[in-house]
Design a protein around this ligand. Sequence first.
Ligand code: ADP
Ligand code: ASP
Ligand code: MG
Length: 407
Amino acid sequence: MATIVQKFGGTSVGSIDLIRNVARRAAACRQQGNRVVVVVSAMAGETNRLLGLAREVCDLPHHREIDVLVSTGEQVSIALVALALQEAGVAARSLLGHQVRIVTDDAHGRARIQTIDASAVIEALELGEIVVVAGFQGVDAEGSITTLGRGGSDLSAVAMAAAINADVCEIYTDVDGIYTSDPNVVPGARKIARIGFEEMLELASLGAKVLQARSVEIAMKHGVRLHVRSSFHDGEGSYVVPEEEVMEGPVVTGVAYDRNTAKITVCAVRDDPGVAAQLLRPLGEAGINVDVIIQNVASEGHTDVSFTVPQNELESALAAIEHAARTLGSGTVTSDAHVAKVSVVGAGMRSQAGVAVAMFEALGAAGVNIQMITTSEIKISCVISEGSTELAVRALHEAYGLAMEPA
Ligand code: ADP
Ligand code: ASP
Ligand code: MG
């Protein structure tokens, strides 16, 4: 008897018919003799709708109350899935984050899971029930509801799989696997049968939202095998597995993009030791992730510093940085909300020269101007204007020949 966690995303539970489809799949898996835990997201569009309601009430809503509000989306889904299962004659029970006990820190909106006490889940499984768990949510030490960040139901599923030592964590979604790039942007994208944790983590961190980045991190840490597949039809999807199980791949495995990017430039910053830290510290304190950073060559003791932050945090980032820039006697602060980051990822890059040049050439030939560049061992990213995102992603996919099956 295998233990299987099945996670269904928003589009997979977007209507009552689809809820019935989820129940059918879970019941079939149970019928085959497996122990089944289903983790579900809110119905498609629901989390955004709830966030919109909060913004109608106030401009900067308190994160704790936002979590109380947005976590209701998943509560609706688990109840409907459990009801659909019971209606089909299958024993099932729904559990909220605090009932499972998924305990997190108190960083509302981006909480980290600290422990999972899965005894309630295991008890129900032993009774032969299908357990339907709310994704995206947990509870902090004070008993307040927390959420795990957008796309966080993937993380709930993987953490659950690790906690109950599941044989596999199946991620059911609206595409039938992991592709060389977003198949909704690149029509010629190719499905990848198996990908290593490390490359998948990099792709997800750089914007490939088919898996939430932290879910891949936890899967890698606990050795949870992921199977990303379609909730609409049968057939194999893509497996995320330890690196040693993947044959040596092409130099570049995939192209990712992140539109949730904004650029801030601080002019005339004093070129002295410690100044960069003083300038950027308030962002760290506000929990804002500073990504690509470039500093120009100094002239006359001053330099310009540019960096990117998530576009949805631009306002709070500007508030923090303007204060720091004034205190340091720096020049003007400007920002551009309409940039995006495009990246190429591949473990084979470590041993191959010329990958970056090929990227710059491809973007140049497509007429896309590069504003910032950053590299690491297995990725190269360029910040470009947001309007050119699709053009750039397609050009890179083409330039590295990703549509073709690797030799
Ligand atoms: P869910 O609601 O099921 O969690 P998401 O919308 O979060 O689904 O993730 C699925 C989407 O991820 C797909 O519709 C696709 O547009 C996007 N995506 C981005 N990059 C990739 C990729 N490399 N492979 C597959 N899908 C991708
Ligand atoms: N409902 C949450 C979101 O929209 C979590 C998820 O879908 O994974 O971000
Ligand atoms: Mg998702």
